[in-house]
Design a protein around this ligand. Structure first.
Ligand code: TK8
Length: 363
């Protein structure tokens, strides 16, 4: 089931500002002839649905799924695949309704709605949830995940399972991982190629103490804020910059108000698939298992979408006029060295063993 609503975040319908008006004139012309229909046409196709029909108890169910990113991102595409699987394998007895762009609340609000039973499912970044689940902070440590291969070993192995167990408490049931991705810095002021360039820059961070620490340690002036408020804050100059994966930068149109980007890859952020425990307990077992299976299928597919689009979208952002600084290995090392103390600050609180286990996977 596809829901259309007029309650769209304002920024998605706002006219272009002056800056990007000039920058995007070329892109606009292409769009008119349908050539820059963005990434959608290049999305990897959804895999065939595997697994047969699942018997329920004769009752019908509805799952409202809230995500914070827009329809243009990999997350939404993954959720559409989830919807298809669940509706098809339940023979229409479980209907899935997708709500993008934080229409039903930002990451923290949606999680709290799950706990109170007023929303069924959401896929937040792990970072705003570290107060609830301190172990999640491993995903906030700078440069801990050198490759997506290490990420996959974590998600699909014991560590991922353990963390899902940790998050299956406090009124939540955690059923899978998907990918937000490697985060990149953008800003409205000037190119950034070293920590020194960050001095005085006001950077929005997720609501997470390690991210605050990272940007303070680098010499910037960080402010935590929900993702739902971010576009307006960038547009109005409340903050100068932010950091998110390329796909999110493009699908949220941040490039329209952020002329400069730096490919920092400083943190890898997952999305976690959470279901309301109150809702879960009302589902027949067959449907519970169906949600777990569909979340696993979504997880694999969404990661594929995200990784296929990542470089492509970086190129599209460049073509659209964004000035992207790609760091040399030496320049990356400067950031890494500067951020080393962040590990000392947080290691004991997160659990050193977990960090070591992830490091071991990288060997
Ligand atoms: C979307 C957020 C977002 C995250 C952030 O709900 O807040 O910057 O990267 O993608 O989870």
């Amino acid at each position: 089931m596809t829901i259309t609503t007029s309650a769209r975040p304002q920024h998605l319908t706002r006219p272009h500002g002056v800056w990007q008006g000039a920058m995007k004139a070329g892109a606009l012309a292409l769009a008119l002839v349908g050539l820059s229909a963005q990434a959608a046409s290049d999305m990897p196709p959804m895999p065939e649905i595997t697994g047969g029909k699942v018997a329920g108890n004769g009752q019908d169910y509805t799952i409202r799924v809230s995500i914070g990113t827009t329809k243009g991102g990999a997350q939404y595409r993954g959720a559409e695949y989830f919807e298809k699987i669940v509706e098809s394998r339940s023979d229409g007895h479980v209907q899935v309704q997708l709500f993008d762009s934080a229409q039903l609340g930002d990451d923290l609000q949606a999680v709290s709605s799950l706990q109170s039973g007023t929303l069924e499912m959401t896929l937040p970044s792990t970072s705003p949830l570290v107060k609830m689940f301190p172990e999640f902070a491993v995903f906030d440590l700078p440069f801990l995940f050198p490759t997506t291969d290490v990420v996959d070993q974590v998600f699909d192995g014991d560590i991922g399972d353990q963390l899902l167990k940790v998050a299956s408490s406090k009124g939540l049931v955690a059923i899978g991982w998907s990918e937000n991705g490697y985060r990149q810095l953008t800003n409205s002021k000037h190119p950034v190629s070293s920590p020194a360039d960050l001095e005085g820059l006001k950077i929005r961070t997720m609501q997470n103490p390690i991210h605050l620490d990272i940007w303070r340690t680098l010499g910037a002036n960080p402010t935590p804020m929900s993702f739902a408020e971010l576009f307006t804050a960038l547009e109005q100059g409340v903050v100068d910059g932010q950091e998110n994966p390329w796909i999110t930068i493009q699908s949220s149109k941040f490039n329209e108000v952020q002329p400069y980007a730096t490919e920092t890859n400083h943190v890898y952020t997952p999305f976690i698939t959470l279901v309301s425990k109150r809702y879960w307990d009302r589902l027949p077992e067959g449907y519970q298992q169906l949600l777990v299976d569909a979340a696993q299928d979504m997880s694999r597919y969404e990661r594929q979408v995200s990784r296929t689009l990542n470089d492509q979208i970086k190129q599209e952002l460049k073509d659209d006029g964004m000035q992207i600084t790609e760091l040399t290995p030496g320049q990356v090392a400067v950031f890494q060295k500067k951020l080393a103390p962040v590990y000392d600050h947080w290691r004991d609180q997160i659990g050193g063993q977990l960090i070591d286990d992830i490091r071991e996977l990288s060997q």
